[in-house]
Design a protein. Structure first.
Length: 250
């Protein structure tokens, strides 16, 4: 907790899993502090030895993993709800959240980073979102070492990149199948399923409602191949309808 008792979110501003946790805090209007960490920096490396970001300090407890964070928020701050009240719909929404976590979130990261691996400047600008100007130079200089670490940690290779492309197409198709022409994936209102799908796949849509100053979207072979997929339009529409204002304490 912060000195004023507010929850504290430790995050990478650019990360899709961190965007998922941020969105839940904002959607519920939970006033909170954010600490955006620099990849490779001392604090970020300290967190990485125990798990990964996002991490939320809440009521004296340190909570890791975006799914666990949202579950904790739902219990402590039930309104507005992200979990459906109907038991069958709730089970479906949580199953979809898990699906997009495991079959889209990591693959979005792999495809984005693999396609931008030779663009040291663009990569450093993306990783340094919400960081001081000098952070970009630091990241550019350290990119060869950082890339070697990323390859080991996240299993980046041409073969895995191709598999991730296939998984992401399947995830987009799943969105269309579940919503069946409607606005939502489960029932008739916004749930954790919609939030997870849109947040974890945001780099395919680069919506205007992203809260930080992002660089221009990089050219992406995969992004161009799915640009006309209706689920990409759904991601933009979901951001427009439900992303709302930041609840960060300035």
């Amino acid at each position: 907790m912060s000195g004023n008792g507010a929850p504290v979110l430790w995050q990478y501003s650019f990360s899709n899993f961190n965007e998922k946790a941020r969105w839940a805090l904002d959607y519920k209007g939970i006033r909170h502090e954010r600490h955006s960490l620099l990849p490779g920096g001392p604090k970020a490396m300290a967190f990485s030895r125990k798990g990964t970001l996002p991490v939320l300090d809440l009521d004296g407890e340190r909570i890791m993993d975006s799914t666990v964070i949202i579950d904790a928020l739902e219990k402590r701050f039930p309104e507005p709800p992200l979990f459906p009240s109907d038991s069958a719909e709730r089970a479906k929404a949580l199953e979809l959240e898990d699906f997009f976590d495991e079959q889209a979130g990591h693959d979005t990261r792999r495809v984005y980073f693999w396609e931008q691996r030779d663009d040291r400047r663009g990569m450093s600008e993306f990783l340094a979102i919400d960081q001081p100007a000098g952070a970009r130079a630091f990241l550019r200089a350290g990119m060869p070492v950082a890339w070697a670490y990323i390859v080991r940690r996240y299993d980046f290779s041409e073969e895995e990149y191709q598999r991730s492309r296939d998984r992401l197409v399947a995830a987009l198709d799943r969105i269309e199948s579940e919503r069946n022409g409607g606005e939502y994936l489960v029932g008739d209102r916004f749930t954790v399923a919609d939030l997870a799908a849109a947040a974890l796949l945001y780099p395919l849509a680069w919506p205007d409602e992203l809260q930080y100053t992002y660089p221009e979207p990089p050219r992406s072979d995969f992004g161009e191949s799915v640009a006309s997929h209706p689920a990409v339009g759904w991601i933009r529409d979901t951001y427009r309808r439900h992303r709302g204002e930041s609840a960060e304490i300035a």
